[in-house]
Design a protein around this ligand. Structure first.
Ligand SMILES: NC(=O)c1ccc[n+]([C@@H]2O[C@H](COP(=O)([O-])OP(=O)(O)OC[C@H]3O[C@@H](n4cnc5c(N)ncnc54)[C@H](OP(=O)(O)O)[C@@H]3O)[C@@H](O)[C@H]2O)c1
Length: 258
């Protein structure tokens, strides 16, 4: 039986980079997201030796998640030993722009409920897997550590994930499932590019100037690449660590130090 890992948000950015990295470790990858075309692009970047599959789904949709995973995991070719619950949406609430535009429900649904649904749906398969230790990694954010203006929903969702991770680390410890979060700072992906573009507009500076101002505020003077985040996830998922659970790992170029 091949060991499988579910990656949500696998069609771009951190999720895609992690799929490419975990492919090297020989996992069968279940690539989840809402857009089939981008998931197919990720699939095309992976080795054909592993039993990869695509799951086109909204992670907050309990019925669709359960049906999709049941279809993929029903045979005895693969067993689910890991989950990277990484899908999320970014951006400001917009409540300060116009009350009718408040994105609270949309952001909480994708970023917090979506992770909860993903993990709860996966639990029966994780419990049944024969591996000695199973791993869950959740993508939170440096914005669970400090606040910036206009991001109440995003910050609440990412802070909520840290509580969820601690709760499940306690609940699932006896099931041999380790549950951890990563808290990235700026990572060079479409989500970060969208945020910088908006910030540039607000500050009336060019995109390039805004990007370099943001870097200048970081002790290392740079943003992370998706590939660096993928390395940390691969290590957390590997057999190399069996004692870390309920933790949040900060990968933020020094923007917040706990
Ligand atoms: N980039 C940063 O600076 C940064 C910093 C801290 C944390 N993060 C977090 O890192 C994670 C990955 O983001 P990224 O930076 O790689 O940006 P990204 O390229 O925009 O990736 C987000 C992915 O999530 C998927 N997604 C969004 N909502 C979904 C839903 N309801 N159901 C299923 N899939 C959904 C998107 O695909 P579809 O639209 O096709 O569904 C997309 O592939 C996010 O949770 C984000 O909050 C990013």
């Amino acid at each position: 039986m091949q060991k499988a890992v579910l990656i949500t948000g696998a069609g771009s950015g951190i999720g895609r980079a992690t799929a490419r990295r975990l492919d090297q470790d020989g996992y069968a990858l279940l690539l989840a997201g809402r857009t089939a075309a981008t998931l197919r692009e990720t699939l095309g970047m992976l080795s054909s030796d592993n039993a990869h599959a695509i799951l086109t789904v909204d992670v907050a949709d309990r019925v669709a998640m359960n049906k999709g995973l049941s279809d993929l995991l029903s045979g005895d070719a693969i067993e689910l030993v890991g989950v990277f619950a990484n899908a999320g949406i970014g951006g400001h609430n917009a409540y300060d722009v116009e009350p009718g535009l408040d994105r609270w429900d949309e952001i909480l649904s994708a970023n917090l409920t979506g992770v909860y649904v993903t993990l709860m749906t996966c639990l029966p398969w994780l419990e049944n897997a024969q591996a000695e230790v199973k791993h869950v990694v959740v993508t939170s954010s440096v914005l669970a550590r400090f606040a910036v203006p206009g991001y109440a929903a995003y910050q609440a969702s990412k802070s909520g994930l840290l509580g969820l991770v601690r709760a499940l680390a306690v609940d699932w410890g006896d099931k041999h499932v380790l549950v951890n979060a990563i808290c990235p700072g700026w990572v060079e992906t479409d989500m970060a590019r969208d945020s910088i573009a908006r910030l540039a507009e607000l500050q009336r500076v060019s995109y390039e100037e805004c990007h370099s101002n943001q870097c200048a505020q970081l002790p290392t003077g740079r943003m992370s690449s998706p590939e660096e985040i993928a390395e940390t996830v691969a290590w957390l998922m590997s057999g190399a660590q069996r004692s870390i659970t309920g933790q949040a790992l900060d990968i933020n170029n020094g923007s917040w130090m706990g």
